[in-house]
Ligand binder design. Structure first.
Ligand SMILES: *Cc1c(COP(=O)(O)O)cnc(C)c1O
Length: 455
């Protein structure tokens, strides 16, 4: 009997709507607050930063939001993405569980990020925006937005965290190839950047600082807006094309997962694959476990607190209800750059607080070992971020075997690791070091917070 390895869909099976989990949540996410008055903010405060349609999507409680036809057409460049059954990995593990993965690395930028970059650029274009600013850490989001802006003839200006700018030159050149301007953050052409440089001229930069710079630029200019690649409700919603396609693919395989796993930075690829399955839990009484896999060096979900916090370092953004390690938290320089953000999005934080999703923290050596096992069995070299999901899947498969049960596990292979060879080189040379943040470091960072507490 020949086994089906790759489950594909036709273009007509690209979803027609995004799924908005807020509609089905028992407790809705708490509102963002003004950083000064600490009162809930209205759309007018976000208007200088985002086009009105994205602000509307940020607050809507409709369960389904129609994907514009032009966006669906552009999705066809890389969607529907393939799903695979990981037979070779299963065999190598000797597990009786079934493992499936959805592969988002086939997009032009090599990750799931274009799923939201394209609609965000589309709505900005619709509302006459000429330039979009953003930040990027590892370079995944910056490249996705550069690609999307190019499709719509919008200028793109990226503030790239200095350590990545210097350590990942090819991500920068990729952005330049798609026509974007890339700055090493902190720069001396924003007030936020100058403030940081005055304190520390050799600052390596951070996502929080780069966000402050990009937001400041957008606030100063009428025709310029800002875009965020994770955390916000509309970003998570755009990513649900991943899970919606996965449901159709698993139906073709005659399966439904017991466990869904994804790596977790700000929550967008986790939400993307998990929310459409969580909908079955919330509306049909199913009990699918959804597990977010985060790094032990930046463990906001497993060791952070649920309270209001800023999205950036300088204090340009609204206060969001989030599981956070504190906005001044600077994680160790682990290689999964996309997971080094201090907080989680409001929706995911509420779901975790309500016990509707789970989280696990993993150290980077276990993750790279899992990444190597995956590359040597399934062939695809995963992004360091994605190895957190793979290591979690391996843990869950082993646990099921020990308990004598067989599970169906689906995970999000959210990107390839072709720009991360330096980290694989270090791992293979035995030079990669383990990182786990200490309780003292977490408490010291949280002690600096003077933002509103929840509950
Ligand atoms: C950006 C990124 C992440 C982390 O961000 P989420 O919003 O949590 O998805 C994880 N993996 C890859 C490949 C990324 O590019």
């Amino acid at each position: 009997m020949s086994l089906i390895k790759k489950i594909t869909l036709s273009e007509s099976e690209i979803p027609e709507n995004w799924y908005n989990i807020v509609a089905d949540m028992p407790n809705k996410p708490l509102p963002p607050l003004h950083p000064g008055t600490k009162e809930p903010i209205g759309p007018e405060m976000l208007a200088p930063l985002f086009p009105m349609e994205l602000i509307r999507q940020e607050v809507t409680t409709d369960a389904w939001v129609r994907i514009p036809e032009e966006v669906r057409e552009l999705y066809k460049i890389w969607r529907p993405t393939p799903m695979f059954r990981a037979y070779s990995l299963e065999k190598a593990l000797g597990t009786s569980s079934k493992i499936y993965y959805k592969y988002e690395g086939v997009s032009p930028a090599g990750s799931h990020k274009p799923n939201t970059a394209v609609p965000q650029a589309y709505y900005n274009k619709q509302e006459g925006v000429k330039r979009i600013t953003t930040e990027t850490g590892a370079g995944q989001w910056g490249s996705a937005l550069s690609f999307a802006c190019q499709l719509f003839g919008i200028e793109c200006e990226v503030y790239m965290v200095k350590v990545s700018y210097e350590g990942k030159p090819y991500r920068k050149i990729m952005m330049n190839t798609w026509g974007a301007k890339v700055h090493s953050s902190p720069t001396n052409h924003t007030e936020s950047g100058r403030k940081i440089l005055a304190q520390d001229p050799d600052s390596p930069g951070s996502l929080g600082i780069a966000i402050s710079e990009a937001v400041e630029r957008a606030m100063q200019d009428e025709g310029t807006k800002y875009a965020l690649g994770s955390v916000l409700n509309h970003v998570l919603m755009h990513q649900t094309v991943i899970g919606l396609e996965s449901i159709t693919q698993l139906e073709k395989a005659g399966d439904l997962p017991d466990i869904v796993v994804a790596p977790f930075g700000g929550g967008s690829n986790f939400a993307g694959i998990a929310f459409p399955f969580l909908r079955f839990n919330l509306t049909q009484g199913k009990q699918i476990r959804c597990i977010a896999a985060e790094p032990a060096s930046c463990p906001k979900l497993t060791r952070g607190v649920f309270r209001y916090d800023l999205g950036d370092t300088v204090g340009m953004t609204p206060l969001l209800p989030m599981y956070t390690l504190g906005h001044n938290f600077v994680p160790a320089p682990i290689h999964a750059g996309g997971l080094r953000y201090h907080g989680a999005g409001a929706i995911v934080s509420q779901l975790l607080n309500d016990g509707l999703i789970e989280a696990q923290a993993l150290k980077q050596l276990e993750c790279f070992e899992a990444g190597i096992t995956f590359a040597r069995t399934e062939g695809i070299i995963p992004a360091p971020e994605a190895t957190h999901a793979i290591a979690t899947v391996i843990r869950e498969a082993r646990k099921a075997d020990e308990e004598g049960v067989s599970k169906t596990i689906l995970f999000n292979l959210c990107g390839h690791g072709h720009f991360d060879m330096a980290s694989y080189e270090q791992y293979l040379a035995g030079k990669l070091v383990e990182h786990e943040v200490t309780q003292e470091e977490i408490l010291a960072s949280l002690a600096e917070l003077d933002t509103p507490v929840i509950g």
